[in-house]
Write a protein that binds this ligand. Structure first.
Ligand code: NAD
Length: 488
């Protein structure tokens, strides 16, 4: 047992893992610092190893049968109770997530945390509403049934850790699975607060567990355990590949929601003010958003006009402390990540790409990087072909629709795409021609929880969202009964 708690911005946060409804310590801890002030240590949290992985999966395995056998409405009651508790604790969660990740506190308070609560409610509803498909053929009655799959490992990244964790835990639990959640080592604290709410919602022990620690240590131990029946991962393509290899060895279905390099296409008939405003949003959260359209592809004839408007919109951004309401651009998550982003820009400029604006870190003692725009010398440039995951966009032009679609499809990624045009048919041709999991026309980031979500190419494998997630977290079976069979 380890019920040690530390004060994070006035909120008590437990530093231990959460296994079988108890806080558990480890022999070692790791330091969690705040990107808002890197000299500030927020907590030293328990550092999991294969030992805690084993404990958590034992708890999840033991709890599985009785959770799976609960009526779907009973499981829904737990999920809805947790959703209500999240809503009651928006302020605490927003404070902790802001200090831990530097996401904007106001946006967390107003939108992000509430979406976490909605995930639990929406999946409680969807699981209850499921109508199994029934039909007759070849003299049999056919029914499609869903059966809970088993203990599920959920691994999440450091950007939006709370939201992304709820996005995966909610359908896994609603489908009748038990869960072991491992958040990223750079931002584990909001998930620890979530576990306090799990306890308050009186989930049975072992149904949701949390282990903290490093990917190569406890993450690798979790995904390789043969008791695991589903793995849901969000993170980089590199880690996705490693987990995929492990999952394949154990024949465990997994979903991977990976990086992006979305095209943001502006046709000559677009509302350029709208397009410029939306393009400037790509710098939000310091560009650490997988869905962002980081490649601006603009029709030649409107390039200068668009660039003027986009530059003005970008100048409105305020780099600052994420707790401040006027701030729109937060610092990057970690000094290592800042160096990575800086490295991309340095290599790009050294190779002959053109800097349009930005390109520098803001202060020596902080983790802010200026909104940056680069015109690459060619489409093969590293800065075009690789995810930077920072406030760095590229600007390219095209002449024809075909060229726009070819450029949009010219990276190995395929997570999201945006197109701005006044012509619905033009938009439809783009929508049909572009390979991406989500395509937005004249808008960005509007999401319906029931829509499929995921990526193609190196942006991911599988789909979550709505019934797609519930199918993934279930063993779907076909049940065939010969027509003459009588009920006894
Ligand atoms: P990452 O791949 O480094 O880490 C993600 C998680 O995987 C962390 O919890 C980490 O500890 C764990 N991990 C690392 N190695 C592991 C291993 N061998 N076995 C098991 N777990 C392991 O990613 P990151 O840097 O935390 O996140 C940034 C990346 O996530 C970007 O590429 C971004 O685009 C992507 N992302 C994608 C989406 C999406 O929905 N497609 C959403 C958010 C972030």
């Amino acid at each position: 047992m380890n019920d040690e708690r530390v004060n994070v911005g006035g909120v008590e946060v437990a530093t231990g893992h959460f296994i079988h409804n108890q806080r558990v310590s480890s022999a070692a801890t790791f330091e969690v610092r705040s990107p808002l002030d890197w000299s500030l240590t927020l907590a030293n949290v328990a550092r999991g190893t294969s030992k805690e992985s084993d404990l958590a999966l034992s708890a999840a395995s033991e709890a599985f049968a009785s959770w799976a056998n609960l009526h779907v409405k009973e499981r829904g009651q737990y999920l809805r109770r947790l959703a209500d508790l999240i809503d009651d604790n928006v302020e605490r969660l927003a404070i902790v997530e802001c200090l831990d990740t530097a996401m904007l506190e106001e946006s967390l308070r107003r939108r992000v945390i509430a979406r976490g609560a909605r995930n639990f409610r929406a999946y409680a509803d969807l699981a209850e509403e499921y109508q199994s498909r029934r039909w007759a053929s070849n003299g049999t009655h056919n029914t499609v049934l869903r059966m809970p799959a088993g203990p599920t490992v959920v691994i999440t990244p450091w950007n939006a850790p709370f939201l992304l964790s709820t996005w995966k835990c909610a359908p896994a639990l609603a489908a009748g699975n038990t869960v072991v959640l491992k958040p990223a080592e750079w931002a584990p604290l909001s998930c620890s607060v979530l576990m306090d709410l799990v306890l308050e919602a009186e989930f049975p022990p072992g149904v949701i567990n949390l282990v903290q620690g490093f990917g190569e240590e406890v993450g690798a131990a979790l995904v390789s355990d043969s008791r695991v029946r589903r793995i849901s991962f969000t993170g980089s393509p590199q880690t996705g590949r490693a987990i995929g290899v492990t999952a394949a060895k154990n024949l465990v279905p997994f979903t991977a929601e990976l990086g992006g390099k979305g095209p943001f296409v502006v046709y000559d008939d677009a509302d350029l003010d709208l397009a410029a405003r939306q393009a400037a949003l790509m710098y939000d959260d310091a560009g650490q958003v997988c869905l962002a359209g980081t490649r601006l592809l603009v029709q030649e004839s409107v390039r200068d006009d668009f660039l003027d408007r986009f530059t003005s919109e970008t100048e409105r951004h305020v780099l600052g402390d994420s707790r401040d309401k006027v701030t729109t651009i937060s610092p990057l998550i970690h000094p290592d990540h800042l160096r990575r982003v800086e490295g991309f820009v340095e290599r790009s400029l050294a190779a002959g790409d053109t800097l349009v604006f930005g390109g520098e870190r803001l202060r020596r003692d902080g983790l802010w990087f200026e909104p940056t725009l680069i015109e690459p010398r060619s489409n093969d440039a590293e800065i075009v072909q690789n995810e930077v995951f920072g406030p760095v966009l590229t600007l390219q032009t095209f002449a024809t629709e075909e060229e726009a679609i070819d450029l949009a499809n010219s990276t190995p990624y395929g997570l999201s795409a945006m197109v701005f045009t006044a012509d619905q048919r033009r938009a439809d041709r783009f929508g049909l021609g572009v390979r991406a999991g989500t395509i937005w026309v004249n808008c960005f980031l509007i999401r319906d929880l029931t829509a499929p979500f995921g990526g193609t190419g190196i942006s991911g494998i599988g789909r979550e969202g709505g019934d797609y997630a519930l199918d993934f977290y279930s063993d779907v079976k076909t049940y065939q009964v010969k027509e003459e069979t009588t009920r006894g």
